[in-house]
Design a protein around this ligand. Structure first.
Ligand SMILES: Nc1nc2c(ncn2[C@@H]2O[C@H](COP(=O)(O)OP(=O)(O)OP(=O)(O)O)[C@@H](O)[C@H]2O)c(=O)[nH]1
Ligand SMILES: [Mg+2]
Length: 342
């Protein structure tokens, strides 16, 4: 599936229906009073965040959205029916910006940050229906032939920009085992293969820790040296982990000969995070050494853990194949999230 994280759309709410100007016609009553009904309100365009989507793909196919017009009012005080609302469902984490009428004249204005499942916002409000002439009857004017027109619905160009909202972000070199990790700790089913850049778009998974805590985790394409300057794929996706609380930095231990090699890979990738955004590099980071089932030298694990701990990091050694170490890693991640949230 294609992953789209930025789209521009045009939204037009429905215009209100016109009020009716009409006079009662009854047999034997030569001058019936006004009986024109009200026009219906136009439909609005509403955006709603849903956790069942994680791409803006739908909006790259359909860019123009028009909500229904209100029907005009009619004789015998009949009100026009309201126009239908349109609800645009977007992934949680979508930020919506209003664009100016002329292209690129101003910086887009943030309208709403749809940061929670179910959150809604009226993007373009439908126009009010006009009032029928029955409302304009007065002591001095018993037969008003005036009815209000409907008001126009709001309209505008908007930018939808998605920054995935996950509690935990997975980073690491291609092939580090990120997708395999998310596939065993959550129900996410990403593509996994023994070549780099298997993951082309982010995956989200929900993890239930044994302690009962639940958190979301995002798997993004692998990072390589030079990523912050656009090498590989990673850079485009780093923004998706900008809003995570904790980073799990995965390092494949199965192809390392000594602890220094693992540390040097870590420093390279961490340097890329730093070059992309200082804030990202300062996030709480937990080191996860992966693929330990494929290691014969038990000392290597111990040396690595000691080296990372002496550098101030909490470090876990895990295997997604044998599941060794996963539970401790997940429990620790869950408790780190809850302490940093409070
Ligand atoms: N032996 C062993 N192999 C693993 C383990 N975890 C992942 N692998 C293998 O490592 C290879 C890469 O795994 P992925 O999960 O696709 O790696 P990734 O980090 O998502 O890679 P990219 O998406 O390319 O960045 C696959 O062949 C996996 O089967 C593990 O715990 N043990
Ligand atoms: Mg992957």
């Amino acid at each position: 599936m294609k992953f789209i994280d930025e789209v521009e759309i045009y939204a037009k709410a429905g215009d209100g229906g016109a009020g009716s100007s009409h006079f009662r016609r009854e047999k034997y009553v030569p001058l019936g009073g006004p009986d024109g009904g009200d026009g219906g309100n136009g439909g609005s365009i509403i955006v709603r965040a849903t956790s069942s989507k994680n791409t803006l793909l739908d909006f790259s196919y359909k860019k123009q959205w028009n909500a229904g017009k209100g029907e005009p009012g009619a004789k015998q005080l009949k009100s026009g029916s309201a126009g239908k609302d349109i609800i645009l469902e977007v992934p949680v984490g979508t930020q919506i910006f209003k664009l100016s009428e002329e292209e690129n004249t101003e910086t887009p204005l943030l309208v709403v940050d749809l940061s929670a499942d179910g959150m809604e916002h009226i993007l373009a409000k439908g126009g009010l229906g006009g009032r029928g002439n029955v409302h304009f009857k007065s002591a001095t004017n018993q037969a008003p032939d005036y009815a209000q027109p409907g008001r126009p619905g709001e309209e505008g160009r908007y930018l939808f920009s998605l920054k995935l909202l996950a509690d935990v972000g997975l980073v690491g070199m291609p092939n580090a085992g990120k997708s395999t990790f998310i596939s065993v700790v959550s129900a996410a089913k990403p593509r996994i293969a023994d070549y780099p850049f298997t993951t082309l778009t982010p995956n989200l998974g929900v993890v239930k820790a044994k302690s009962g805590k639940t958190f979301t985790i995002a798997d993004i394409p692998g990072l390589i040296p030079g990523a912050s300057e656009g090498k590989g794929l990673g850079r485009d996706f780093l923004k998706h982990i900008e809003r995570t609380g904790v980073i799990l930095h995965l390092i494949d231990l199965s192809d390392k000969d000594n602890a220094d090699q693992a540390m040097s890979v870590f420093r390279d990738i961490h340097g890329e995070l730093e070059a992309f955004s200082k804030e990202l590099s300062e996030k709480k980071t937990i080191i996860v050494l992966t693929k330990i089932d494929a290691i014969t030298n038990e000392n290597l694990i111990k040396e690595c853990v000691e080296l990372f701990e002496s550098a101030g990091y909490t470090c876990f050694a895990v295997s997604s194949v044998s599941r060794k170490g996963l539970e401790q890693c997940i429990e620790f991640t869950a408790s780190t999230l809850s302490t940093s949230a409070s």
